[in-house]
Write a protein that binds this ligand. Structure first.
Ligand code: ATP
Length: 324
C-alpha cells in the first residue's frame, strides 16, 4: 500500500478509537432544548409545532403509559401523504388523525414500521454509529432510565450529522490523514440515481423517495445540470394547513417555500478528498454532498451514511482478521 493508503487507514483507525472512548452524551452541547410531543396531539398540529420551532423531528411521548413512543420524522408525514393518495375520500379523517394513529397509518398503507431503536447516552458513541448503520436510522434517541421512578426518559436525539460534526471538530489530527479522493475510495452512489426536474410534481418526487428508500432527490435540467435538491423535510411546509391537494403542484413552487435560513446545498467533485469533506462538515450544516463535474452536471450523491459507513467499516475486516 502507498503512503496515502497507510495514512488513510491510520486516520480511520484513529477516529474509530475515538468513537469507542466517547459516549453519545459527549456529543450533546452543555445546554440544549428538547421538544417532545404527546401522542395525543393532532398530526395537523404537530406540523405547525415543528415549523414554528425550526425542527424536522421530535421524540414522541405516550402519557397514558409514561413511555417513550418513538421518533416523529418526515417519513411519518410521507406515510400520511401515501395514505391520503390511497384513500383520497378520507381527507376529513386525515385531518383528525393524532400522532398515536401513525402506526395504524403504516399498517393501512402496508409499510413496515420503522424500528424503534434507542441507545443509552452513556454507551460508547461507536455503538450508536453501528446501530444507525444497521437499522438505516438517520437519528437515534438517547433514552435513559430515571433512578427514582424507574421510568424511561428521553435525553436527546443524535443525528448522523451531529456525530460527523463531532468527529470533524475533535479529530483534526486524524481527519487530515484522509487524503484519498472520493473517486478512489468509492464514496457515494454514482449509478441509478433518482432525479427529477422542476416541472415534476411534489407527489412524483415523494413517490421516488419512497420507491428508492432515500431522503433526497437532485433536481436537474435537461442537460443534467444540478439546479436544486428536494429533501424529505421539504414536504413538511407543503402539507402545512392540511393542503394535501397542493401536492400536485411543481417542485419548483414547493422549493420556493423553504425557510429563509435554509442552509443551502453542498456540492463536491470526485477529485475532492475526504479531509476536505470533513472540513466542510466542520464548518457547515451539510446533510449530503451532490457530486458534480466542472460543468455542474450531476455525477453522484454522497449521503452522511455513506461517510459514516466509510469511517466505521472501510478496511475494518482486515483489522478484525489481524486482531483475531
Ligand atoms: P440522508 O442524507 O438523510 O442520510 P439519503 O437518502 O440521502 O438520506 P441514505 O438513506 O443514507 O441517504 O442513502 C442510502 C443510499 O442511497 C446511500 O448510499 C446514498 O448514496 C444513496 N442515495 C441517496 N440519494 C440517492 C438518489 N437520489 N439516487 C440514488 N441513490 C441515492
Amino acid at each position: 500500500p502507498s503512503a496515502l493508503d497507510r495514512d488513510q487507514m491510520q486516520g480511520l483507525r484513529g477516529i474509530r478509537e475515538f468513537l469507542k472512548v466517547r459516549t453519545s452524551y459527549d456529543v450533546l452541547p452543555l445546554s440544549f432544548r428538547l421538544i417532545v410531543l404527546d401522542t395525543e396531539l393532532l398530526i395537523r398540529k404537530s406540523l405547525n409545532i415543528l415549523i414554528q420551532n425550526g425542527i424536522v423531528s421530535a421524540p414522541l411521548w405516550d402519557s397514558t403509559n409514561s413511555t417513550f413512543a418513538g421518533l416523529l420524522t418526515s417519513t411519518d408525514y410521507i406515510n400520511v401523504i401515501q395514505y391520503y393518495c390511497q384513500f383520497p375520500d378520507e381527507i376529513d379523517q386525515v385531518d383528525k388523525f393524532r400522532l398515536s394513529s401513525l402506526r395504524d397509518i403504516e399498517r393501512a398503507i402496508g409499510v413496515l414500521p420503522l424500528e424503534t431503536v434507542s441507545v443509552h447516552p452513556m454507551r460508547p458513541l461507536y455503538e450508536a454509529c453501528r446501530r444507525m448503520l444497521k437499522t438505516r436510522a438517520r437519528r437515534i434517541p438517547l433514552v435513559d432510565v430515571d433512578d427514582e421512578t424507574g421510568r424511561e426518559m428521553v435525553v436527546s436525539v443524535i443525528t448522523q450529522y451531529r456525530i460527523l460534526k463531532f468527529i470533524a471538530v475533535n479529530n483534526e489530527k486524524h481527519t487530515i490523514l484522509l487524503r484519498k479522493p472520493v473517486r478512489e475510495i468509492g464514496l457515494g452512489t454514482y449509478t441509478n440515481l433518482a432525479t427529477a426536474d422542476m416541472n415534476n410534481s411534489v407527489l412524483d418526487v415523494i413517490h421516488l423517495m419512497v420507491k428508492h428508500n432515500i431522503s433526497a432527490v437532485p433536481i436537474i435540467d435537461s442537460e443534467n445540470k444540478v439546479l436544486n435538491v428536494f429533501e424529505a423535510v421539504d414536504v413538511i411546509p407543503c402539507i402545512k394547513g392540511g393542503a394535501y391537494d397542493e401536492l400536485t403542484s411543481s417542485v419548483g413552487e414547493a422549493l420556493s417555500k423553504r425557510a429563509d435560513d435554509f442552509p443551502g446545498i453542498y456540492t463536491c467533485s470526485e477529485d475532492d478528498r475526504l479531509d476536505a469533506i470533513f472540513e466542510t462538515i466542520r464548518k457547515s450544516r451539510v446533510h449530503r454532498l451532490i457530486v458534480v463535474d466542472d460543468d455542474n452536471r450531476l455525477k453522484g450523491i454522497i449521503s452522511l451514511s455513506d461517510i459514516l459507513k466509510h469511517v466505521l467499516l472501510f478496511g475494518a475486516e482486515d483489522d478484525n482478521i489481524r486482531a483475531g
